[in-house]
Ligand binder design. Structure first.
Ligand code: C5P
Length: 390
């Protein structure tokens, strides 16, 4: 595995060379990227010696495109330690130095962060909100651990030990116990913000997607479930839930997770459009006049995964059609480079949004076609999994 270790300016940066050493010992190729503050706690010479490669710390040192070549080279970016500052920057999309720029460029790839800070900083609502944002995007967190802190107090905020971080890296690449491997599922609606209190949404309950995640987990898969707002909870311990709100957040999470998955079933009811402008305050009524909302198109997650798909990966979409159902679903199957498309018909009583039952037709790129009877969503999910997963 080709790993970039990113180091930011916390006292735990002195442990970063040990992490690099452990990862190299385990057979990984490692390059380092550090912020200027990190180099107050560890040195360029140390990092270059343990990694055996030049350190990336200056955005413009080799023409300003190093973040892209390092992004193309790396398969995984591990940020250890990750300060409140870098966590906040990534959550807000700020790229103002070498490492933060690399982190944004890594948005379609695997990222692990090991936060380290004072326990009051860790508890700050801004940090907790940012952490939730990163988790929603599929960034994995290791720690922080509880214990003595550099400031003389103790609490939650210590960086996980290099051994623990190295274990987290390796467990990512463990072949799961079943031949199904790891699967991505999207579920639920998306909410597209109009202002601070209103949104555009839809009636999707998330039940079909959660049932698919449970069916995959029961069949032995590790499941990454990216869900829009819903009251449902996953019960199986092999389901890793990533909660997001908007289509763009779902896009970021799904594209980040897909490269590590053997397959994906996208059942979320993603809003095709979002308001062009999203007010951060409550919009006021304007006299007796009406109001016009301008909508812009959201990214198509399924079509994007279709372009990212590698040989051996399976991609399954859903289609909710009202007319010319078969023809439209077949068109989508080809256009979006899918292996299967699961067709729901709104004409069927007991099928579709909100209800506990469903009736579907599964079309395969190989020309196969299978119709289910009207069954519970759990039974439909098991039938879909047994058809689309190898
Ligand atoms: O093209 P259409 O929206 O009918 O396709 C439905 C399928 O595409 C579903 O699997 C849905 O989860 C997925 N989709 C998506 N991103 C969008 C719109 C739909 O992943 N922006």
């Amino acid at each position: 595995m080709r790993i970039v270790v990113g180091i930011t300016g916390g006292i735990a940066a002195y442990k970063a060379p040990e992490l690099v050493r452990l990862l190299k010992k385990q057979g990984h190729e490692v390059r380092c990227a550090a912020t200027a503050h990190a180099l107050e706690f560890t040195t360029r010479a140390t990092l270059e010696t343990v990694s055996g490669a030049p350190l990336y710390s200056d955005l413009f040192a080799s023409g300003g495109t190093e973040h892209i070549s390092l992004k193309d080279w790396g398969e995984l970016l591990v940020v250890a330690p990750a300060t409140a500052n870098i966590i906040g920057k990534v959550a807000s999309g700020i790229a103002d130095d070498a490492l933060s720029t690399l982190l944004l460029a890594f948005s379609h790839k695997l990222v692990i962060m090991a936060p380290a800070m004072n326990s009051d900083m860790w508890a700050h609502p801004a940090v907790q909100r940012n952490i939730e944002t990163l988790r929603g995007w599929g960034i994995r967190l290791v720690g922080p651990a509880e214990g003595e802190l550099a400031c003389g107090t103790s609490g939650t905020g210590r960086m996980a030990e290099p051994e623990t971080i190295a274990e987290a890296v390796n467990s990512l690449f463990l072949i799961p116990h079943s031949p199904l491997g790891r699967w991505l599922v999207t579920a639920g609606p998306t909410y597209e913000k109009i202002d601070s209190v209103r949104f555009i949404g839809n009636y999707s309950s998330g039940k079909m997607g959660f049932a698919l995640a449970e069916a995959l987990a029961e069949a032995g898969a590790e499941v990454e479930l990216v869900t829009g707002p819903t009251h449902l909870n996953a019960t199986h311990q092999r389901i890793n839930v990533h909660r997001v709100e908007s289509a763009r957040e779902m896009y970021a999470a799904a594209t980040g997770l897909f490269p590590q998955c053997n397959g994906a079933i996208l059942s979320a009811a993603v809003a095709d459009y979002r308001p062009a402008e999203q007010a951060d305050h409550k919009l006021k009524k304007q006299g007796d006049q009406g109001m016009t909302l301008t909508l812009v198109q959201n990214p198509d997650i399924l079509a994007t995964l279709g372009t990212m798909k590698q040989p051996g990966q399976r991609l399954v979409g859903f289609a909710l059609e009202t007319d010319n159902e078969l023809q439209n679903a077949e068109g989508k199957l080809k256009r979006k480079n899918l292996d299967y498309i699961v067709m729901n018909s709104l004409r069927e009583a007991g099928a579709g949004f909100g209800v506990d039952t469903n009736k579907v037709t599964i079309l395969g790129a190989d020309g196969s076609r299978m119709e289910s009877p009207l069954m519970s969503k759990q039974e439909v999910a098991r039938m879909i999994v047994s058809t689309v997963a190898p």
